[in-house]
Design a protein around this ligand. Structure first.
Ligand code: PBG
Length: 327
């Protein structure tokens, strides 16, 4: 038993060198996945009002961003598309277009920075007129019909050179179905990062503005995304996705769900990622802009918190800024 005064925990905290020596967790650039919004109408870029510092990137700007990622040593970029609303329809057909924005963005990054990993979201919401992640019929999101489309969407991404398929739609059975299709087509090395524990969250608000699905979304996503009150269910989701062939799993949102990150990483011992989502980004930026917090400091503290909880890495809009500070 440690008792005072033999034990004084402040002894180790008194100098910078001793604090560094006993530091338990480390954050490095290798922990960062840069979330980027690409657009087929922005040229070169368009600001996202609800996310100060984040811009929708046209393809040329995306190429520059990819080079910047490579220079900074950021391992991977995650692409989120904002498409011309005229291209949206009921079933999100544009998601299956091999010449669409996402395949073009994948090729753009691979050409500009071949060693930067490319991660793509699999879900229909950027492409549907109703803003849902799946096929909507008589007010219901159809699971199995949606999965059929998601398989096609994933194959389009894999054919364009995507390294990591990241289904964020929360349909049941999609990981197994996508894994099987990838294997059949010879994409045996294409990785799957499953958004396994994804909650129906208000923290996605700014993202919906970023990809232009906010004004169109009918209703909410509670019939497929998880109830923020649940933990055991998150473990069941993760267990099933791993059985179906996920290589990595994700918890989303991030900071408000650190307990889930911790449970998942300690229970399964698999690479577990956290998504520091748009609303988390916006809160930090808004408070910093008002002078209420030190933005850089809070950003780094929040990223370290993910590591402490056991995350293998963090998807974050802060990636380039954090990488700069660590360089
Ligand atoms: C949708 C998707 C969402 C995000 C990533 N993929 C939003 C949603 O589920 O409504 C959110 C990302 C963020 O808020 O930064 N498939």
């Amino acid at each position: 038993m440690s008792t005072f005064p033999a034990t004084r925990l402040r002894r180790l905290r008194q100098t910078d060198w001793s604090r560094r020596l006993v530091q338990e967790n480390v954050l490095t650039v290798n922990d960062l996945i840069w979330a980027v919004v690409v657009s087929d109408t922005a040229d070169p870029t368009e600001p996202v009002a609800a996310m100060p510092g984040v811009e929708r990137l046209g393809l040329n700007a995306l190429a520059e961003a990819a080079k910047r990622a490579a220079q900074l040593g950021i391992p991977a970029m995650a692409i989120f598309p904002h498409i011309d609303p005229a291209k949206k329809d009921e079933n999100g057909s544009e998601a299956l277009n091999p010449k669409g924005l996402v395949p073009q963005a994948i090729r753009t990054i691979k050409e500009a920075a071949p060693n930067v990993g490319v991660i793509c979201d699999v879900a229909l919401d950027p492409f549907t007129t109703h803003g849902h992640d799946g096929i909507l019929k008589d007010g219901v999101i159809l699971n199995d019909d949606t999965v059929e489309r998601l398989i096609q969407q994933a194959l389009v991404q894999a054919r364009a050179g995507c390294d990591v398929i990241a289904p964020s739609d929360m349909m049941d059975g999609r990981i197994g179905a996508i894994r099987e299709a990838l294997e059949l087509e010879g994409f045996t090395d294409t990785m799957i990062l499953s958004y396994a524990a994804k909650y129906a969250s208000g923290f996605y608000g700014p993202y919906r503005e970023a990809i232009g699905s906010g004004t169109v979304l009918q209703g909410d996503k509670k019939t497929y995304q998880m109830d923020p009150a649940n933990t055991e269910e998150a473990l069941r989701e993760v267990a099933m996705d791993l059985d179906e062939g996920a290589d990595m799993v994700m918890v989303k949102p991030g900071l408000p769900y650190l307990d889930i990150v911790q449970r998942v990483s300690s229970t399964f011992g698999v690479p577990t990622f956290a998504f520091q989502v748009s609303g988390e980004y916006a809160m930090i930026q808004a408070a910093a802009a008002n002078g209420w917090i030190d933005g850089d400091r809070v950003m780094m503290e929040s990223l370290m918190a993910f590591k402490r909880a056991g995350a293998a890495g963090i998807i974050t809009y802060f990636a380039p800024r954090a990488a700069e500070l660590m360089a």
